[in-house]
Design a protein around this ligand. Structure first.
Ligand code: EPU
Length: 336
């Protein structure tokens, strides 16, 4: 267990904002997790569990608490009658797992290629892209339960998954520390039709390989073209969530000419469309650039503080509300 003091949150998060965290503890084995929490209890400090920092924003005043990061690595594989079970330690880099699975011809997570982050964070916000989400293949997770001080297994059904949500970031927020995740993957291919942008890419490039590796290449190319690499440009992926609507809300939105997408998982409006049509694409607001290719993405070009980001965010949210009547919701979480 490594205990570091006064580490800048800007150095631990891809948006690169945020002052010093009092302590940062890196855990390398499950037994160290209770030790790390006990350290926080002894010092009367709160705990924040951080992953790769790709969906987390720090504040200027930093964090007077203990940030715990999983450095636990390893993948276990088990063949079962239903497919291949992969058990992945939470500190593994998510995209390495997708790469590993695709090379073995396993389908189920190939559309989640190139999502920045650690495996342990994947179930927390139920990562999703191009028609897949981790909830579709996840069977169970191993956790440390801070409320009882015990190690436990939580099943898929215990986790209460929905769009970008699970109990881990809602009703049971801060209760569990994810040790490992287990997904059941099968040999084969994703069913067609694929997500619209994949189909468009396939037609434009005459692609015929839809194996997990083929889809991984397509998704990687689409993301590379549209989304900034957080290692190159400070950002936190989609900064705003899409908007989910009931059937009557969807009808009202359609009658106003807004683009409602009626998917298997419900009716959605692309929040990026509002940002674009409100005139923000490519604009620089307080050092924050609204991406011209993916308007849901905010890039920290030259913001000096969290406050700059907060001002840029308020301008976007307020204008979209004034014109269209929808409040945009932020996707990344904040360390407070
Ligand atoms: N849509 C579908 N199915 C389709 C086509 C479009 O549901 O076949 C919906 C989308 O859900 C969205 C709209 O149509 O409401 C536009 O979709 P687009 O692919 O343009 O993506 P986006 O809204 O800009 C979302 C995710 C991305 C993810 C892409 C691709 C959010 C906030 N963002 O972006 O996730 O990579 O779809 O699936 O849900 C991230 O979370 O950081 C992120 C980049």
């Amino acid at each position: 267990m490594r205990i570091n003091e006064n580490i800048l949150i800007s150095s631990l998060t891809t948006m690169r904002l945020g002052g010093p965290a009092r302590y940062v503890i890196e855990v390398e084995k499950p037994e160290e997790i209770p030790e790390a929490y006990n350290f926080a209890i002894t010092n009367k400090l709160p705990v924040f569990v951080l992953g790769y920092g790709a969906n987390t924003i720090g504040h200027d005043e930093g964090y007077n608490g203990v940030i715990i990061i999983s450095r636990m690595k390893g993948i276990q594989e088990e063949e079962t009658a239903d497919g291949t079970k992969l058990t992945i330690m939470g500190g593994e880099y998510w995209d390495n797992i997708v790469d590993y699975a695709c090379k073995k011809g396993l389908t189920g997570i190939e559309a989640l290629s190139k999502i920045p982050g650690l495996a342990g964070a994947a179930p927390v916000q139920n990562i999703g892209a191009y028609g897949q989400e981790i909830a579709n293949t996840l069977q169970s997770i191993e956790v440390y339960d801070t409320s009882t001080g015990t190690f436990r297994t939580l099943s898929h059904d215990d986790l209460g998954f929905s769009y970008r949500k699970s109990i881990l970031n809602t009703t049971e927020k801060n209760r569990y520390f994810v040790i490992s995740i287990t997904s059941l993957l099968k040999k084969g291919q994703m069913p067609r039709p694929f997500y619209r942008s994949i189909e468009t890419y396939i037609s434009a490039n005459n692609i015929t390989d839809f194996s997990p590796q083929g889809i991984r290449s397509i998704v990687s190319a689409i993301r590379k073209d549209k989304l900034p690499d957080p290692m190159e440009k400070a950002s936190a992926g989609s900064f705003f969530k899409n908007i989910y609507l009931t059937d009557s809300e969807a009808e009202a939105a359609e009658s106003k000419g807004y683009p409602v997408y009626r998917g298997k998982d419900g009716n959605k409006i692309n929040s990026g469309w509002f940002i674009e049509h409100a005139g923000f694409s490519g604009k620089l607001l307080h050092g924050i650039r609204v991406s011209d290719k993916a308007s849901l993405v905010l890039i920290n070009e030259s913001a000096k503080s969290y406050n700059d980001l907060a001002e840029a965010r308020a301008e976007i949210i307020n204008k979209v509300y004034d014109i269209y009547g929808y409040w945009l919701e932020q996707e990344p979480i904040e360390i407070v």
